[in-house]
Design a protein around this ligand. Sequence first.
Ligand code: NOJ
Length: 400
Amino acid sequence: MPPNPTPNQLRFPSHFLWGAATAAHQTEGNNVNSDWWVREHTPGTSLAEASGDACDSFHRYGEEIRLLAELGLTTYRFSIEWARIEPEQGFVSRAAIDHYRRMVAACHEAGLTPMLTLHHFTNPRWFAARGGWQTPDAPELFARYTEAALPVLTDGVAWVCTINEPNGVAGAVGQSGPNLPNHVYALPDPQVSATLVLAHRRSREVLTAIPGIKSGWAIATQAFQPEPGCEQIAHTYGHPREDFFLEAARGDDFVGVQAYTRTVIGPDGPKPPREGVETTQMGWEYYPPAVGDGIRNAWKLTDGVPVIVTENGIATADDTRRIAYTTGALTAVHQAMTDGIDVRGYLHWSALDNYEWGTYHPTFGLIAVDRQTFTRTPKPSAHWLGQIARTGRLPLDAAP
Ligand code: NOJ
């Protein structure tokens, strides 16, 4: 790590990846062949809002890629949509492949390093209808989809996330529903967790055959913090929800850490945020150091696989809190690096205000999106993060 230039600045290495992230279903719009679209339009759905046109990124990706580059960021993480690439089992859409190749080309033209996610929560309708991740041949089907996506990935994509938050995917099968309090992370179905590990491995077999591609998966880390005497309870609670998936990343090229808040574990398990503490639009405790906990747990449980923060951010209407939160988070990232952990990059969630799985209310974006005109307007936090990316220096005057 380079020495710090002044006491109120932290310096990051020059090769550090600075970026922002999105996911196809949350931004593209009209993802009509996906299981989420079906769910959004099922009568009586528990979801408050449907995704609809989202940010119309399917057509406007060029503008956001240029914007991110102009702001000073160096990396864009986005997902490609299985439901578009393989809208019917075995039928691979050349047009969809070409679309994503154009996105990768746009990143290269703008000077952004693309990081691609193959699966970000949504499945093709046909895959869901035949049992989704509960069928034993799901890993094979996912490997075939990975093969189908190779023309996109071999266009110079160095970083590939196979599955985004498999712990959330397995949790949605294990214990989901509107009644789960939001400080409780859904308990993954162990069978589905095992199937996802197999799918990840099969996909990586395809990817590691391609020189130059580094692959891994991105885990929701939850910063479990046991109260004194509750260490065993925290382990029992945390293992199926997080550790299992980090352990499965041993030997990968990198592991993605996605952190937002912490989970305090008391004698009765996870506790809601304490009375009076600041919470975000998600109802999560405002806790910037969470990402440090996630990085340390990932590094420990993978036996030293390089870490990339593939998501970190805050749902807030007050952009000054986004800057303060991110200052705290980056301070924790820097501390982990100073302690010897190999952290390769920081990708903020999200590039854009987007569809937060059932609602547009929480705004995670560095860039605001007008939902009528689709006009993109960078917030002060976008310029602030871009400046950090340009200089590699984090000013500490916006400390949380
Ligand atoms: C993790 C998910 O990957 C992303 O889709 C979601 O929007 C953010 N967390 C915020 O909840």
